[in-house]
Design a protein around this ligand. Structure first.
Ligand SMILES: Nc1ncnc2c1ncn2[C@@H]1O[C@H](COP(=O)(O)OP(=O)(O)OP(=O)(O)O)[C@@H](O)[C@H]1O
Length: 362
C-alpha cells in the first residue's frame, strides 16, 4: 500500500472506530501554557518495527507535549518515516504507542493531520478539488480557499495537479494535511522540493499553526529548518533515539566549537593544515576542508590569534568566515559523519568520537 492509500486507510480505519479514542478533547493547546505534568499528546515507549530482517525501529522512546513543535532528524534509513507511520497508525509496530492517550488507530481522525513523505494524489484534479476532496473526509473542514492561501497556492488553485511544479505539488499536499484544522500535525519532510521563498512561507505557516496551539511533529533533513522551528529535537540513528532536547541544548552539548572557515589562496589539503597547526600558539584544532581548512575553538575575541597563526604558517587566504556551531554540527557528530581533525592541539577529534559513542545513552 502506498503512503497515500495508507493515510486514507488510516483515516477510514479511525472513522470506522468509536471515534472518541479515549481522547476527551480537553487537552490544553499552546506550548507556553502546557502543563509539564499533563499527558503528552504523543508518547511511544519501546517502539519496535522490523521489515523482515531489517530493524527499522529498535526500541524508540518518544514524548511530545501539547503545543510543541517536535523535530525528528536522522540519516536516510534511520527510521523516521517508520516512526511517523507507527504513530499515525498507518503501519503496525510493537511497543506502547499513544496519541491523545489512545492507540494511534483509535484516535479521531479529525484531530490528526498527516503529510506523508510520499504522496501521489490523483493528477487530474485541480488543487482546489483535491483539497476539497480531503476536506470532505472530515465532519468539519476548513474553507478550501483559505487553506490554499495558507500554503501559497491561491494563484494556482485551478491548475491540474499534474501541471504543478514539484514545489507547488508539495504545498498542495500540505494543504490536504491541514484542511481538517488538526490538533496534531505530522509533517514528513514537508519542504522537500520547495524553493527558498516557499520554504520560508511554509515555516511561517508552521510557526503560526504552532502559535495557535497545534502540536507539530516534523521530520526534515533541513537542519536549519528544524533548528528554527522545533522546540525539541530527537536524533534517530539506526532505529534508536541517540539524543533529544531543545536545539540550543543539543548544540551546546554536541555541537562542538565555534570555528573559522578559511578558503586558502592555493592548493588545499594536508600541507596548509599542518603548517597552520605547527604555527598555533593556542589551543585550536585544525581540520582540512574542500577548499582550505577549518580552525576550531575560535571565539570572536580570538580571531586575531587565528589569523596570526595563518600568517605564521605562511598561508595566503581568499576568505575567512566565522560561525557558531549549529544543529547540523550536532547531526554530523552524532551520526559519525563529521570530519575528524588531523592536526592541531585541541583534541577535538577525540571529543567528537566520545560524543558519538555516548549518544546512545541519551
Ligand atoms: N515498506 C518497507 N519494506 C521494507 N523495508 C522498509 C519499508 N519501509 C522502510 N523500510 C526500511 O526500514 C528502514 C527505515 O526506513 P525509513 O523510511 O523509516 O527511514 P527514514 O529515516 O524515514 O529514511 P529517509 O530519510 O530516507 O526518508 C530502512 O532500512 C528502510 O529500507
Amino acid at each position: 500500500m502506498d503512503e497515500t492509500a495508507a493515510a486514507s486507510a488510516s483515516a477510514s480505519a479511525v472513522e470506522a472506530g468509536d471515534g472518541n479514542g479515549d481522547g476527551d478533547g480537553s487537552e490544553t493547546r499552546g506550548g507556553d501554557d502546557a502543563d509539564p505534568d499533563s499527558d503528552p499528546v504523543v508518547s511511544g515507549e519501546g517502539v519496535r518495527k522490523s521489515y523482515g530482517e531489517v530493524v527499522a525501529l529498535d526500541g524508540v522512546d518518544v514524548r511530545v507535549e501539547s503545543g510543541e513543535v517536535f523535530g525528528l532528524i536522522g540519516p536516510n534509513g534511520a527510521g523516521k518515516t517508520t516512526l511517523v507511520r507507527a504513530l499515525t497508525g498507518t503501519t503496525e509496530a510493537d511497543g506502547d504507542l499513544r496519541v491523545f492517550g489512545a492507540p494511534p488507530r483509535a484516535v479521531d481522525s479529525q484531530r490528526i493531520g498527516l503529510l506523508p513523505q510520499s504522496f501521489d494524489p490523483p493528477e487530474r484534479l485541480t488543487a482546489t478539488e483535491l483539497v476539497a476532496y480531503y476536506g470532505g473526509l472530515y465532519d468539519a473542514a476548513r474553507d478550501t480557499d483559505s487553506v490554499l492561501r495558507d500554503v501559497g497556492m491561491a494563484d494556482d488553485a485551478n491548475a491540474w495537479y499534474e501541471t504543478l511544479s514539484g514545489g507547488q505539488k508539495r504545498r498542495t499536499c500540505v494543504a490536504t494535511a491541514i484542511v481538517n484544522d488538526p490538533d496534531l500535525l505530522f509533517l514528513d519532510e514537508p519542504t522537500t522540493g520547495i524553493d527558498p521563498a516557499g520554504r520560508r512561507a511554509l515555516h511561517r505557516l508552521i510557526e503560526r499553526l504552532a502559535g495557535d496551539g497545534t502540536t507539530v511533529f516534523l521530520t526534515s533533513h533541513a537542519m536549519d529548518e528544524v533548528e528554527r522551528l522545533a522546540d525539541r529535537v530527537a536524533l534517530l540513528r539506526d532505529g534508536a533515539v541517540v539524543a533529544v532536547g531543545p536545539p540550543a541544548e543539543l548544540i551546546a552539548e554536541h555541537g562542538g566549537e565555534p570555528r573559522l572557515e578559511v578558503v586558502v589562496d592555493g592548493p588545499a589539503g594536508d600541507e596548509p593544515v599542518e603548517r597552520v597547526g605547527g604555527a598555533m600558539s593556542r589551543d585550536f584544532a585544525v581540520e582540512p576542508t574542500a577548499d582550505g581548512l577549518r580552525i576550531l575553538g575560535v571565539r570572536p575575541e580570538s580571531i586575531g590569534d587565528a589569523v596570526d597563526a595563518l600568517d605564521a604558517g605562511g598561508i595566503a587566504f581568499e576568505s575567512l568566515a566565522w560561525s557558531e556551531p549549529s544543529l547540523e554540527d550536532v547531526y554530523l557528530r552524532l551520526t559519525g559523519e563529521a570530519y575528524s581533525p588531523r592536526t592541531g592541539t585541541g583534541g577535538i577529534a577525540d571529543r567528537a568520537g566520545e560524543d558519538a559513542q555516548d549518544g546512545g545513552d541519551r
